[in-house]
Design a protein around this ligand. Structure first.
Ligand code: PLP
Length: 490
């Protein structure tokens, strides 16, 4: 399988690359992305064959149909990381919440958010490629809270890889921050930045373009790479659990083979729902992909009106911060499928320069063939958290946004698989207020204890123990000091 570019070729980059190349240098010509040249088709026999498979068997067969340039043993080793999830035999449980609503829980990995689903195997494969090539990589990451812990966890003590992770000093929850600053791998550097997520991201961008920084890296024989969510090495693992969840719904005797369902995905950078879109294109019976957002509703507006308009938009901080986004990068891959490379380049440049683009009526119609969208306010999400809890289901505020779109679509006689992207432990202050009221956000520890008491459950050991672990990365610094801090670490 070869990969091609979403914005056409500039005659500097290769026009086609292998999977390894696409994941080592994920940015293509004109700032575009890599997409599979021809997506393999999975027929009914494939789905039938895997009705009785384990998650790993399904995943391995799926990856083999993709024919990527990674040996089977390496893939097997990467997939074996799912054995460390809560239930090794089923890393992604599907839970019935309403007659026609099922929640696929993607958070049962080491850092309790869906990022582990892809980053766990991705880290293993990237390190393997680096060793095979005899190259060393520095992975730079800027995180608003979930990617950082998942990236540190997957690359910890991996040969030929170092990670520098920047997080907003006043932007993450206590649990997210502790997950990062207590990490103890020798190859990890975690830096708090005075500022918000935007400042952390700007710091990353200025490092990438700093001549002194790049010269120092070359001197040390270290290449730069990124583990962000546009990397196809992450997307490929985000297709598999959509297939698994569909098969699980058949196994639970809720649907028949071939019956169409809604896949309802809480979305930010569009990586998760892009995986669902590829699963549908490969043959999974899906009625519509439902894109759920919070009040940063740029995706709802695009999918309902065809306009991507951020001229007047400012980021609104919400209680589902992993979905607080204005530029949703993975949308580009769908635009490419609909419009082709030349038009994608034109639209993406318009977005960069004029903060605006508009699809033609035909393009919008093509987008709406696959996608529906809606958004949920913080107050509504809070009410859904309480509602679900009273029915016996404890969920986080990102997952709650799906309930709004689900409700709008209910009564159409089609079952919904919605995705839960984080465990309650990662966003406990918001959940505590939803369940018990109160004006001021409690600390994470107070909130965890309050929810555990209310729900009559235990705080998971891996979360509880964070509060007693040694802080290994205490520094919170100004943007200007980051370059020196990372060079000193290297
Ligand atoms: C990253 C994340 C999302 C958004 O996923 P995308 O793939 O960026 O759309 C939603 N919820 C949680 C908890 C996340 O960590």
């Amino acid at each position: 399988m070869q990969f091609t570019e979403t914005r056409g070729n500039d005659e500097i980059h290769p026009a086609e690359v292998t999977f390894s190349e696409a994941i080592l240098s994920p940015i293509a010509s004109f700032g575009g992305l890599y997409v599979p040249k021809d997506l393999p088709k999975l027929g009914k026999p494939f789905f039938k064959k895997h009705l009785d498979s384990t998650y790993k068997e399904l995943a391995l067969d799926f990856l083999e149909t993709f024919a990527i340039d990674i040996e089977k043993e390496v893939l097997e080793e990467a997939l074996s990381l799912y054995d460390a999830f809560d239930d090794a035999s089923n890393p992604v449980p599907l839970v019935k919440v309403e007659e026609d609503l099922f929640i696929s829980e993607l958070y049962h990995g080491p850092t309790r958010a869906f990022k582990d689903m892809a980053l766990q195997p991705f880290g293993s494969i990237l390190s393997h490629i680096a060793q095979k090539r005899g190259e060393s990589y520095l992975i730079l990451a800027a995180t608003s809270g979930d990617t950082g812990p998942a990236a540190l966890e997957t690359f910890k003590n991996k040969p030929n890889i170092k990670v520098a992770c920047m997080y907003p000093g006043n932007g993450t929850s206590d649990v997210q921050r502790l997950q990062m600053v207590t990490e103890d791998g020798e190859n990890l550097k975690v830096i708090g930045i005075n500022g918000n997520f935007d400042d952390a991201q700007k710091a990353l961008k200025s490092l990438l373009s700093s001549p002194t920084f790049n010269a120092k890296l070359t001197e040390k024989n270290i290449a730069l790479s990124a583990a962000n969510s546009v990397n196809f090495g992450r997307i490929i693992f985000q297709i598999i659990y959509h297939i698994h969840s569909y098969l699980e719904l058949i196994r639970q005797e809720e649907i028949c083979m071939g019956e169409k369902v809604y896949l309802n995905v809480p979305s930010g950078n569009f990586g998760n729902v892009l995986g669902a879109y590829y699963a549908q294109k490969m043959g999974l019976p899906v009625e519509k992909l439902v894109v759920s957002s919070n009040e940063n509703n740029i995706l709802t507006r695009l999918i309902t009106t065809g306009e991507y308009d951020i001229r007047e938009s400012e980021l609104i901080p919400t209680t589902s911060p992993a979905m607080d986004i204005l530029i949703s990068s993975n949308v580009e891959r769908v635009i490419y499928d609909i419009c082709g490379a030349e038009r994608t380049r034109e639209l993406m440049q318009a977005l960069e320069q004029e903060k605006y683009y508009k699809l033609t009526p035909e393009e919008l119609k093509a987008l709406q063939e696959n996608f529906l969208a809606g958004y949920c306010s913080d107050n509504e999400a809070s009410a859904y958290i309480k509602y679900a809890f009273d029915k016996g289901y404890l969920m986080d505020p990102h997952t709650a946004t799906c309930f709004k779109t689900y409700e709008v679509l209910s009564g159409r006689g089609i079952k919904t698989i919605a995705y839960s992207t984080a465990e309650w432990t990662k966003f406990s202050p918001t959940i505590s207020i939803a369940l018990k009221g109160g004006e001021v956000l409690p600390s994470d520890l107070e909130a965890l204890e309050a929810i555990a008491a209310e729900a009559n459950i235990e705080i998971p050991q891996m979360i509880q123990s964070l509060f007693n672990k040694e802080i290994r990365h205490p520094s919170v610094i100004d943007k200007e000091e980051i370059e020196d801090e990372i060079l000193a670490f290297l």
